[in-house]
Design a protein around this ligand. Structure first.
Ligand code: DX5
Ligand code: ZN
Length: 220
C-alpha cells in the first residue's frame, strides 16, 4: 500500500498569519493543501474566494486542492484554475450536469474530483468513475471544521473503495472531516489515499508530529 498523503485544511489556520501557516505545514511535511470554499447557501458558512487562493498560490508549490461547497460551482471553476488550483472537487448534491462539470474542469487544466456528503450513497459514483481523478468522501456534514467524524462513514468508505477496485478505476480516495490521530489508522487500513485534516494539524502544538501521527510514521 502506498504511503498516505496528508492535506492540511486551511480552514483551521490562523488567517491573520496565513503566510507563516502555509510555510509551517509545508515544512512539517504536508503533501497538498486543502482549500475550503463555502458560499453560505450549500453550507451555512462563508469562506474563501479565488483572490485568497491566488495569494496562497504565491506562497507555496504544494498542490492546491479546492473543495467547492457551493450551490453553483460551474461559474467558479475557471476563476479558481486561474488562481492556481490544481485539483477541484464539486459536490454531487449541488450539480445538475455532473458529467459536464467534471469534463470542463479537466479541459481547463485541473484534476476533477467529486465530493459526497455523509448521507449520499456510494452509488452516486457509479457513472462518474471514468471522469474523476479523486473522490472526496465527507466524514462530517460540511460547513465547519472541528467536528467529530461520523462513524457510519467508515462502512461507506469501504464500499467506495471496493467499487473503485472492481471497476479498475484509479481515482484517489480522500476523507475530509474529523480526521485525527485516533481514527487515522482505521482510515489508512481502509485504503484511503489522502487524509484531509484541519484541526488535527493546525491546532497541534507540533505540526510535524501531528502529520507524522496521521501518516502512522514510526517516530510517533
Ligand atoms: C468541512 C471542511 C473540511 C474541514 C475539516 O466542511 O470541508 O475540510 O476543514 O476540518 P477538521 O479536520 O477540523 O474536521
Ligand atoms: Zn473540505
Amino acid at each position: 500500500m502506498s504511503r498516505v498523503k496528508i492535506a492540511p485544511s486551511l480552514l483551521a489556520c490562523d488567517l491573520a498569519h496565513i503566510a507563516e501557516e502555509v510555510r509551517s505545514v509545508e515544512a512539517a511535511g504536508a503533501d497538498l493543501l486543502h482549500f475550503d470554499v463555502m458560499d453560505g447557501h450549500f453550507v451555512p458558512n462563508l469562506t474563501f474566494g479565488p483572490g485568497l487562493c491566488a495569494a496562497v498560490r504565491r506562497l507555496t508549490r504544494l498542490p492546491l486542492d479546492v473543495h467547492l461547497m457551493v450551490t453553483k460551482p460551474d461559474s467558479l471553476v475557471e476563476p479558481f484554475i486561474e488562481a492556481g488550483a490544481n485539483r477541484i472537487s464539486v459536490h454531487v448534491e449541488a450539480v445538475t450536469h455532473l458529467h459536464h462539470s467534471l469534463t470542463r474542469i479537466r479541459e481547463l487544466g485541473a484534476q476533477p474530483g467529486v465530493a459526497l456528503n455523509p448521507a449520499t450513497p456510494a452509488s452516486a459514483l457509479d457513472e462518474v468513475w471514468p471522469l474523476v481523478d479523486f473522490v472526496l468522501i465527507m466524514s462530517v456534514n460540511p460547513g465547519f471544521g472541528g467536528q467529530h467524524l461520523i462513524p457510519e462513514t467508515l462502512d461507506k468508505i469501504a464500499r467506495i473503495r471496493s467499487d473503485r477496485d472492481h471497476r479498475g478505476a484509479r481515482a484517489e480516495l480522500l476523507v475530509d472531516g474529523g480526521v485525527e490521530p485516533g481514527n487515522a489508522e482505521a482510515l489508512r487500513s481502509l485504503g484511503v489515499d489522502v487524509l484531509v485534516a484541519g484541526t488535527a494539524v493546525f491546532r497541534a502544538a507540533d505540526r510535524r508530529r501531528a502529520i507524522a501521527a496521521l501518516r502512522g510514521d514510526e517516530q510517533e
